[in-house]
Ligand binder design. Structure first.
Ligand SMILES: C[S@@+](CC[C@H](N)C(=O)[O-])C[C@H]1O[C@@H](n2cnc3c(N)ncnc32)[C@H](O)[C@@H]1O
Length: 229
């Protein structure tokens, strides 16, 4: 375990061998303790990126908007998936509490060397600057309160909505926020989230999304996909 202050997250190992963080501030884990990598792959790749990707007519690039950068596990699995497909990711991620270099240094994932290298470079990249990280990734990390932030660049293809749970932070799962997100999405864009709570479903529908339930990760019943028509 690594912890630098009472507010700082604590690094711990999940059951699939990958690390996650526990947040004392929110009293919540960043991922399922049954497997951080497994959960991110299931929710944000298999039910996210893969849903938008068709082998017959593969896109050359996708614009991703993420709510909650955290440990960057979603970015890592996105890179892992995009690399062999030569798919370019234009990735904007929002985070209020960036984690410390000490915590990052202690976090290790059993993935291809190139994927781990790009993930570290992404963490080391400065905040508030849009930049290329290797050939497959254009990255902008924005430090902000995402409930008050209006994304500038329009036409995102996919949103990774990865806030802490709606029971812990209900104000982060409101219709108003989902409506403002919808304004910056491309036609047929997808918002994907691990939560399938009724409150979230209703808020997404009220914001004008078409919501589908899919099997959740690691024993969770469901997750949600929300589409722009
Ligand atoms: C479930 S974790 C995200 C995990 C992350 N996507 C990953 O792959 O490691 C939720 C994240 O939301 C961030 N967060 C909490 N409240 C926030 C706010 N108001 N604005 C921006 N980020 C916030 C937390 O610091 C945390 O990193």
């Amino acid at each position: 375990m690594v912890a630098a202050s009472t507010e700082e997250p604590i690094l711990l190992q999940t059951e699939d061998g990958s690390p996650t963080l526990y947040s004392p501030r929110f009293d919540e884990h960043y991922h399922s303790t049954r497997g951080a990598l497994s959960e991110s792959r299931h929710v944000f790749v298999e039910n996210g990126l893969a849903t938008l990707y068709h082998d017959e007519k593969p896109p050359s690039a996708l614009r991703v908007l993420e709510y909650g950068f955290g440990l960057g596990v979603n970015l890592l699995v996105a890179i892992e998936w995009a690399l062999p497909r030569a798919l370019h990711l234009d990735y904007t991620t929002l985070e209020r509490y960036p984690i410390s270099p000490d915590l990052l240094a202690a976090a290790h994932f059993r993935v291809e060397e190139e994927v781990a290298r790009l993930w570290r470079s992404a963490h080391e990249a400065p905040w508030g600057v849009r930049q290329n990280v290797g050939a497959v990734l254009t990255l902008e990390k924005v430090q902000c309160d995402f409930t008050e932030y209006t994304p500038k660049a329009p036409a995102f293809n996919i949103v990774f909505f990865d806030a802490f749970s709606p029971t812990r932070v209900p104000e982060q799962w409101r219709t108003e926020l989902f409506s403002s997100i919808k304004q910056v999405l491309a036609p047929h864009a997808l918002l994907v989230t691990y939560s399938a709570s009724g409150v979230v479903k209703r808020a997404l529908r009220a914001a004008g999304f078409v919501v589908k339930r899919r099997p959740g990760a690691l024993g969770k019943h469901h997750l949600l996909q929300a589409f722009v028509e």
